[in-house]
Design a protein around this ligand. Structure first.
Ligand code: FAD
Ligand code: NAP
Length: 316
């Protein structure tokens, strides 16, 4: 087998794993997926997924994603657990630069590094991060069993995670900066019908405070400047995500391919970027619906393109 990979897949979320399944099952024999952690992606942090076609009943993101890596490995996908620091291209060959100091080479690259939770920016957020301030209800919710918590945000994630926490905690204060939510109508209805969720609207977090043990409370400010002090041991923030595009940044600060102002990768409908042989998928691309099903779809589309691209490159 050549030392040069047919395809390097960067990121092992729904997009990367599906790209891995389709490239290997479609006949490429030399494909490695570089994923810095456990494969599965950000949906692994979700306590409930109810919109993946064919999957009914109450299932967690982890339940959904668990079988995906095994299915790929069956067709020969290799998983290398490493953080990719940079991707470069020289004379038609991509180089994958890794945090452990090694490099790999590839004829094509499918990147699907997704996005990461954004910080809100209130006083004490960084100081208490991991000690009462968090962004994963499935991971940390149990620590607050029968206690009160605050959730910040007004999108699908904040509302769904508030619903999840309401089942474990005695009370959830949902703090949102506007009086309308950016979420699906069904989820909004469920939140409004949940007795132990109190909505605190037109309000933003001002300061989280605590002691050596962790958070003991948070002050939230409404639009009239009035402060409300809420004594809670846990604060969950869900205020959106930033695209993980760091691996595309070159030594001179430019990007490997064309990006938009938000740092999302510009692709066409075949997930091809402006650079030949480089495909971008999932949450990191322009106009991403930010859904597991669409990220998986992107992975399949890119993989089918890569199979033809590599075949043409190597066999004419
Ligand atoms: P991601 O899932 O973000 O995966 C990217 C992967 O790349 C990660 O595993 C990461 O570790 C890896 N990575 C990043 N950078 C590097 C690097 N430099 N080197 C190596 N590896 C790297 N969608 C739904 O359809 N239904 C839902 O109910 C739903 N609920 C959600 C609940 C929560 C709490 C969250 C956060 C999201 C939810 N979403 C939901 C959205 C969904 O999770 C995303 O749209 C989807 O995971 C995007 O997949 P992706 O493969 O593009 O990226
Ligand atoms: P999002 O849709 O971007 O919502 C972020 C929320 O945080 C918004 O309500 C926003 O307020 C608020 N916010 C942002 N910055 C803030 C700040 N500095 N201070 C206070 N509040 C702030 O993010 P998300 O909820 O994580 O969802 C991301 C994507 O994943 C979306 O496309 C979503 O539909 C998708 N997703 C889907 C599902 C599902 O299909 N079931 C589940 C989860 C996520 P404003 O409303 O005022 O802007």
């Amino acid at each position: 087998m050549s030392n040069i990979l047919d395809c390097a897949i960067i990121g092992g979320g729904p997009a990367g794993l599906t790209a891995g399944l389709y490239t290997t099952r479609g006949g490429l024999e030399n494909v490695t997926m570089f994923e810095k952690g456990m494969p599965g992606g950000q949906i692994m942090n979700s306590s409930e997924i109810e919109n993946y076609p064919g999957v009914t009943g109450e299932i967690t993101g982890m339940d959904l994603m668990m079988p995906w890596p095994e299915q790929c490995q069956k067709f020969g996908l290799i998983h290398e657990m490493v953080n990719v620091t940079r991707i470069t291209k020289d004379e038609g060959i991509f180089t994958i630069h890794k945090e452990d100091g090694t490099t790999s080479q590839a004829h094509s690259v499918i990147i699907g590094t997704g996005s990461s939770p954004r910080r809100v920016g209130f006083s004490g957020e960084d100081e208490f991060f991991g000690r009462g301030v968090g962004t994963c209800a499935t991971c940390d919710g149990f620590f607050y069993k029968n206690k009160e918590v605050v959730v910040i945000g007004g999108g699908d994630t904040a509302l769904e995670e508030a619903l999840y926490l309401a089942k474990i905690c005695s009370k959830v204060y949902l703090v949102h900066r506007r009086d309308e939510f950016r979420s699906s109508p069904n989820t909004i209805k469920r939140v409004k019908n949940t007795d132990n969720i109190e909505l605190i609207l037109n309000s933003v977090p001002d300061e989280v405070y605590g002691d050596k043990m962790g958070v003991t409370g948070i002050k939230v400010k409404n639009k009239d400047g009035q402060i409300r002090d809420i004594k809670v041991p846990g604060v969950f923030t869900f205020v959106g995500n930033d695209v993980n595009n760091q691996a595309l940044i070159q030594e001179d600060g430019s990007f490997l391919c064309d990006m938009n102002k938000q740092g999302q990768v510009i692709v066409d409908i075949s997930m091809a970027t402006s650079l030949e042989g480089l495909y971008a998928t999932g949450d990191m691309r322009i106009a991403a619906p930010k859904q597991v099903v669409s990220a998986a779809g992107d992975g399949a589309v890119a993989a089918l393109q890569v199979i033809s691209f590599v075949d043409e490159k190597l066999n004419g």
